[in-house]
Ligand binder design. Structure first.
Ligand code: GDP
Length: 205
């Protein structure tokens, strides 16, 4: 927690910008965008709040309408976080899934400023169909993906590490993975370092 990386965490500057219902409402497709994705309840909002060191930047409570929005947080004039809609696949009507697939496919295909995707998975329930779909799109579009196995505080170190190793074997080449906990901030430094690479930010000493 006292490392230079965390002391100089540039993501603390993140501010809410807009919520886009359609892709044409997104900010201009320039600069650097990193998307956060995850099934509902995976821990995505908590991960964004931990990263940005803000208690409630990303909302941790669910409202059904939000599942279809892409929420943008600006870090600086050139850099953004895109909080992608996510839900538990099983509970969602087929029509909504189709709509979501269509929007996400277009987002992945067309968003030139997309530098990487942070895919948040609950370490106790990794690689659900939602996650497989996200990884498939990342592979197809050549977008790097970094998997956050979050809520690691819910497991002992041994089982957490073994889940990480098992998952790494299943990941496509464009993906990396780490354990994380929004509660204890375990793994925050690794996440910041990965994001700094994607956003082309050098860590200041
Ligand atoms: P989202 O739907 O993916 O945005 O998930 P949330 O961030 O809202 O988290 C879902 C639930 O998991 C909430 O009750 C959080 O408090 C809890 N949670 C999220 N991250 C962690 C974590 O790292 N550790 C623990 N123990 N609970 C977490």
């Amino acid at each position: 927690m006292t490392s230079d990386t965390i002391k100089h965490n540039p993501y603390r500057a993140a501010r809410y910008a807009i919520s886009a219902h359609r892709l044409d409402q997104l900010p201009q497709d320039a600069g650097y965008e990193v998307a956060f994705a995850g099934r509902s309840n995976a821990g995505k909002s908590s991960a964004i709040n931990a990263l940005t060191d803000q208690k409630s930047l990303a909302r941790t409570s669910k409202t059904p309408g939000r599942t279809q929005q892409i929420v943008i947080f600006d870090i600086d004039e050139e850099r953004r976080i895109a909080d992608l809609p996510g839900y538990g696949f099983a509970k969602v009507p087929e029509k909504l899934k189709r709509h979501w697939r269509h929007v996400m496919q277009q987002y992945f295909n067309r968003r030139h400023s997309l530098r990487g995707v942070v895919l948040v998975m609950d370490i106790r329930h990794p690689m659900r169909p939602f996650d497989e779909q996200m990884l498939a799109w990342c592979s197809a579009c050549g977008v790097p993906c970094h998997v956050l196995l979050t809520k690691a505080d819910k497991l002992k170190r041994g089982p957490a590490q073994s889940t990480l190793l098992q998952l790494r074997r299943r990941l496509p080449e464009i993906a990396s993975a780490q354990v994380f906990s929004a509660r204890t901030r375990n793994g925050l430094e690794t996440l910041i370092e990965r994001l700094n690479e994607w956003y082309d930010l050098t860590t200041k000493g």
